[in-house]
Design a binder for this molecule. Structure first.
Ligand SMILES: O=C[C@H](O)COP(=O)(O)O
Length: 254
């Protein structure tokens, strides 16, 4: 947690979900009404096929819907791609860019992620920029250097607390049930805050830095209480309302 920063619990449904999943989304929305909405903001980034229906399902509830990727350009001959403007038009408020699965599956470079973050801003979306080291990088002791390189390459210098959220996701912790120790999370988030300050100045103090990677109700309190952890980016556990709400409920205990 960071004094003065309102936490965000964000879900990433990845390539999961059909119309039948909207009931879970509505349960997430209902669950945030009242005491949870007082403590934290909520976002669920759904597949593009569900976005308009997700926005409708969450109408009147304190949970936003977002996208999972965008093309750098506004429109054009790019079969299968979706622009930030299209996500905005569908009702998104946020878009994830540079998730490690996209960096790996689609060869996205830091420069590509940088361009996507600027595209998000152009469309009026908040960019959730993902960074994080692989297992090999962790084991070779280069985690902090990797994070520095990714921030320098992926985060545009015009980033502000209002248009950007950083998500620290150690690649080896995603979907594995493994998590870094609280001490390791603290070290990484403090490093990210310092590197952001060097890049974007004062804005870094108010910019959210989420932790992602095997966050569950059982470890949420330990991870979310770490200094400079301003929320979570949740994959698998965001698919079930009970688990997602169980994670957010950590904020009722601080
Ligand atoms: O975007 C979310 C992350 O990749 C974390 O996924 P996970 O919670 O399934 O480990």
């Amino acid at each position: 947690m960071t004094p003065g920063i309102r936490p965000l619990v964000a879900g990433n449904w990845k390539m999961n979900g059909t119309a039948a999943s909207l009931a879970e989304l509505r349960s997430i929305g209902h669950g945030f009404l009242g005491s949870l909405e007082a403590e934290a903001e909520a976002l669920v980034c759904v597949p593009a096929t569900l976005l308009t229906r997700a926005v409708a399902a969450l109408d009147g509830m304190p949970v936003r819907a977002g996208g999972q990727d965008c093309h750098p350009l506004e429109s054009g001959a790019h079969t299968g791609d979706i622009s930030a403007e299209m996500l905005k038009d569908a009702g998104a408020g946020h878009v994830i860019v540079g998730h490690s699965e996209r960096r790996a599956d689609h060869g996205e470079s830091d420069a590509a992620v940088h361009a996507k973050a600027e595209a998000a801003w152009r469309a009026g979306l908040i960019a959730v920029i993902c960074i994080g080291e692989t297992r090999a990088e962790r084991e070779s002791g280069t985690t902090m250097a990797v994070l520095s390189r990714q921030i320098a390459g992926s985060v545009p210098a015009a980033a502000t607390h209002a248009n950007t959220i950083i998500a620290y996701e150690p690649v080896w912790a995603i979907g594995t049930g493994l998590t870094p120790t609280p001490e390791d999370v603290a070290e990484a988030h403090a490093h990210i805050r310092a590197e952001l300050a060097a890049r974007i100045g004062e804005e870094a103090r108010r910019t959210r830095i989420l932790y992602g990677g095997s966050v569950k109700p059982s470890n949420a309190k330990e991870l979310l209480s770490v200094a400079n952890v301003d929320g979570a980016l949740v994959g698998g556990a965001s698919l079930k309302a009970k688990d997602f709400l169980g994670i957010a409920e950590a904020y009722l205990t601080f």
